[in-house]
Ligand binder design. Structure first.
Ligand SMILES: [Zn+2]
Length: 247
């Protein structure tokens, strides 16, 4: 399973950066976890947007879903998505329509956002939209996604993404505050991504480390230690963190 950090900024994206967005690729399947502002452009640098199988949104804060708007415009109006020939594109009867999984209330929230300019059904028409809950279990190609509600300012779900091919398990904590629920949910995962604040979140890192006796937490996947990874913390086995401050 390959993880690419497309965006990791706080609610205001870094210069040239993007808010939360994590691309998971496994055996030909591509899944985007969150789609905050700036993520769509970063996604296009990495893969073709029509090749994304599913987008899963952790919660309904702008920095986790706002780029569903340009993504929806692309799926709706791009020449290659049209039923008739346009420019060099031959026309298609099967335009890309990725799955979109959002938390309870996602449809209504998306309608409000794009409804501001009278385009209420833009997102739900562009994507195959469903709402999940904590008991849901998604199967997307060889990948299984389960959920755990975690404390944040709005209803928010951590996700556990497991490869059915045995190539790893990743837990994405979204913007969770420190909580035993996330600690339990993340135990045994190969990689855990959690929102990081030096004061607020350090305790949960230790809790996670303590919970995982196998010491399988790793920082290698996240690479560049100069990135804050606003929604991602790379924890070393000794409990130190590789991050940079908000800017
Ligand atoms: Zn949030």
């Amino acid at each position: 399973m390959r993880l690419t950090v497309l965006g990791k900024s706080p609610s205001w994206q870094d210069a040239g950066g993007a808010c939360s967005g994590y691309l998971l690729e496994e055996d030909g399947t591509a899944i985007l976890l969150d789609c905050g502002n700036g993520v769509f452009g970063k996604l296009r640098q990495r893969i073709d947007y029509v090749d994304v199988d599913a987008v899963v949104i952790s919660h309904l804060h702008a920095d986790h879903f706002l780029d569903l708007v340009p993504y929806s415009y692309a799926l709706t109006y791009a020449p290659r998505q049209q039923p008739v020939p346009v420019d060099r594109w031959p026309g298609t009867d099967n335009p890309a329509r990725p799955e979109l999984h959002g938390p309870p209330g996602a449809r209504e929230t998306f309608r409000k956002v794009v409804g501001c300019w009278g385009n209420n059904d833009l997102i739900e028409n562009a994507f195959d939209l469903t709402e999940y809950d904590e008991s849901s279990e998604l199967s997307i190609g060889p990948v299984r996604v389960t959920f755990q509600e975690v404390p944040h300012y709005t209803e928010t779900f951590a996700m556990r993404v497991s490869s059915q091919n045995g190539s790893g398990e990743i837990v994405y904590g979204a913007d969770s505050r420190p909580t035993e629920a996330l600690t339990r949910f993340a135990t045994g995962a190969d990689l855990i991504l959690v929102s990081y604040d030096p004061d607020q979140y350090y305790p949960v890192m230790h809790a996670l480390l303590k919970a995982d006796a196998a010491g399988r937490l790793r920082q290698d996947v996240l690479g560049d230690s100069n990135r804050r990874l606003s929604s991602a913390l790379a924890a070393r086995p000794d409990g130190t963190a590789a991050t940079s401050p908000k800017r």
